[in-house]
Ligand binder design. Structure first.
Ligand code: AMP
Ligand code: MG
Length: 476
């Protein structure tokens, strides 16, 4: 029995992009992690989810009556190269759930077995990468950065062959939807303008309903997506988050962060920061993220042209103007975020640029810098002098202090605790070996990132020297 009701609106509205499918059977599901707050937010009983029926739901074996699980089709530019057919190779949309606040949320599985989109893949996922998505997406949520959420990670008891054999897992993911820029690219490739229009209407209804009443609804949809992405990328940049694989299939229409494969937070501030082992050219480096977002949005705009205006030149003209507003909106969101991080009432662009230059030349830890500044505003400049040493650092701090920054306001936006790479790796290694202790502790720390607590000093430091150059992998 299931106590969950799932709708299948995507599958009904967009049947051409939805392949009815079933999850691979799991004989011995074992719960590794459950976000109880999220469960409650969804109107689900955590105790039920932990029980046998709940666990079977979380691996796709206990499909609620009336639900119609599907693998979703999408295309995408991967590192700039277009792939017309990607889709959920190892994932399933179980259906849409209406939470007690009447919000529609996708319940989705990753690692649930091969689908017709699997190409050469095995359809499976290993415990480590799924727990990584669980930890980092939960931390992002606590940092108030829009994101898909991880409801649970369940071990399957099945080995997964990567460089070596690893224990397998299924991640249950919740998102306001799984519509991506790549979904629109897929609809375009089919050549079926009716499908494209239905997809756009579906996206408007689900995410940007105000666009429906605009003079040009599809242009308004584009502008709403661009605005949501401008705000999202600004938040990544302010927090020092490197997504790592900003392919168009990994960019949502909702403006939520999706796909936590190779992501990581940077320690020392450096725009050239790259963690992903396959990003040789640095296409998705920290400092490139706003430009890549704009490039991805240009791909979205291209798909919408036939809906924007029957006259192609006119459509291009309108879409170009809208696309140009992305930079302005990104700059506004980022500048306002920097103003808040520095506890100031007004923007001081030159001052901000100088700080970032100092951070970069001194390789100052990004997260620690802003808490150390608040400490300086309270009269103790010890920590910031270590991070920004020398006469230039002192001079900058003195100029900033003269603007009378609000230290308490700063502490509400500058985290003390972020998912430090070495701690995440340690927790995942322990969990893969069967010890969930470090993971549980890490999640507890990250759930409250803004309040400094005694005894948690080891969670605030950047990776030690011997941790070396950090590399991440796509988790496939
Ligand atoms: P990602 O890099 O996770 O965004 O995935 C890119 C594409 O590869 C998507 O179409 C995935 O469904 C597919 N994929 C990734 N890993 C696997 C796997 N183990 N088995 C089947 N398909 C996969
Ligand atoms: Mg993806």
């Amino acid at each position: 029995m299931s106590i969950v009701t799932l709708d299948s609106r995507f599958a009904r509205d967009l049947a051409e992009m939805a392949v009815p499918w079933k999850a691979e059977d799991v004989d011995e599901p074992r719960l590794l992690a459950l976000d109880e707050d999220l469960a409650v937010e969804l109107g689900l009983d955590p105790a039920w989810l932990r029980g046998p029926d709940g666990l079977r739901l979380l691996v796709g074996g206990n499909v609620p009556e009336g639900a119609a699980p599907v693998a979703q089709a999408y295309a995408g530019h991967q590192f700039g190269g277009f792939v017309p057919r990607l889709g959920d190779g190892r994932a399933l949309l179980l259906g849409e759930l209406v939470d007690p606040e009447r919000r529609v949320r996708d319940l989705h599985l990753k690692g649930s077995g091969r689908t017709p989109f699997a190409r050469g893949g095995d359809g499976r996922a290993a415990v480590g990468p799924m727990l990584r998505e669980y930890v980092v997406s939960r931390a992002m949520h606590a940092l108030r950065i829009p994101t898909t959420r991880a409801l649970a990670v369940v071990a399957t008891g099945r080995p997964v062959r990567r460089e070596r054999l690893l224990p397998g897992a299924v991640l249950a993911r919740v998102a306001s939807s799984h519509l991506r820029v790549g979904s629109f690219q897929y609809a375009t490739v089919t050549g079926d303008e009716g499908l494209l229009r239905r997809l756009a209407d579906h996206a408007i209804a689900r995410h940007h309903p105000e666009a429906a009443g605009a003079e040009r609804p599809y242009l308004a949809l584009f502008e709403a997506v661009a605005g949501a992405q401008a705000r999202l990328i600004a938040q990544w940049m302010l927090a020092g988050f490197v997504h790592g694989v900003m392919n168009t299939d990994n960019m949502t229409i909702s403006g939520e962060t999706i796909d936590y494969g190779p992501c990581a937070f940077m320690d020392a501030y450096d725009p050239a920061t790259v963690f992903s082992s396959i990003d040789h050219g640095g296409r998705y480096a920290y400092g490139n993220q706003p430009l890549v977002a704009e490039w991805n949005l240009a791909r979205l705009a291209e798909t919408l042209l036939p809906l924007i205006d029957g006259d192609q030149d006119r459509a291009v003209e309108l879409a170009t103007v809208s696309l140009q507003s992305f930079r302005r909106r990104y700059d506004e969101a980022w500048s306002d975020g920097m103003r808040a991080k520095l506890g100031l009432r007004q923007l001081h662009p030159a001052l901000v640029e100088e700080l970032l230059t100092l951070q970069q030349t001194g390789r100052a830890d990004h997260t620690s810098t802003y808490r150390a500044l608040a400490t300086a505003a309270r009269g103790d400049d010890g920590p910031i002098r270590e991070l920004l040493p020398g006469a230039l650092g002192s001079a900058w701090v003195a100029r900033w202090l003269a603007l009378d920054p609000d230290a308490d306001a700063m502490d509400t936006v500058n985290p003390v605790y972020i998912p430090r790479n070495h701690l995440v790796e340690e927790a995942l290694a322990a969990a893969t070996g069967g010890d969930l202790g470090p993971l549980t502790q890490l999640v507890e720390v990250l759930d409250d990132p803004y309040t400094r607590r005694p005894g948690l000093e080891s969670y605030t430091a950047p990776a030690p020297e011997q941790f070396g150059g950090y590399q991440t992998f796509c988790g496939t």
